[in-house]
Design a protein around this ligand. Structure first.
Ligand code: M6P
Ligand code: ZN
Length: 168
């Protein structure tokens, strides 16, 4: 299915805004020396999440994430990445910019999907997911997820993703 849509304006009322700066996620980057050096100079905003969150089972939450262009020691700006605490899936829709959606199952098997305008990607349950901005402009995408999915960041923080996406 291929749908040609006219330019449109996406609007919704967020009830939660999260801004992640380098200082919030220093440990997620491979090049710790470069992360430390960067933080001595400034604390760049890596991404912001504008979410409309609902509560409880049976409901949906959704969010637009905006990842700035940039890298730390060649590793592109990216989201922290997480598993869901409950086995629930998630849907991604690329809006602007170019990037990669990195998936990883519980056994550590990774998969890279393109994140680009108009592209819908499905994150199966029990798969960690991280978005990476590989372009030179902002990467924007919409994510829709179960309201009770929950974010487990600790597994990724401890073990990391098998794959890192770096500048060539
Ligand atoms: C998407 C969704 C959100 C998530 C956000 C940023 O919008 O998956 O649930 O919060 O990306 O990703 P992270 O929470 O891993 O930093
Ligand atoms: Zn998620």
């Amino acid at each position: 299915m291929d749908l040609q849509l006219d330019d449109f304006r996406l609007t919704f009322e967020e009830n939660k805004k999260t801004v992640r700066k380098l200082s919030d996620m220093k440990d997620f980057y491979a090049d710790q020396r470069m992360a430390t050096r960067t933080l001595q100079l400034y604390d760049p905003t890596i991404y912001a999440v504008y979410a409309h969150e609902s509560e409880g089972p049976g409901n949906l939450s959704y969010a637009v994430t905006v990842i700035n262009p940039g890298d730390i020691g060649g590793e592109y700006y990216m989201t922290k990445g997480h598993f869901h605490t409950k086995p629930t899936a998630e849907l991604y829709l690329g809006l602007e910019g170019e990037g990669i959606l990195l998936l990883q199952d519980r056994k550590g098997k990774a998969k890279k999907l393109p994140l680009q305008p108009g592209k819908i990607s499905y994150v199966p349950k029990d798969h960690a997911h991280r978005a990476i901005n590989t372009g030179d402009s902002q990467l924007k995408f919409l994510a829709i997820y179960s309201s009770d999915s929950g974010h487990d960041y600790s597994t990724i923080k401890e073990k990391g993703f098998e794959e890192r996406v770096k500048k060539k």
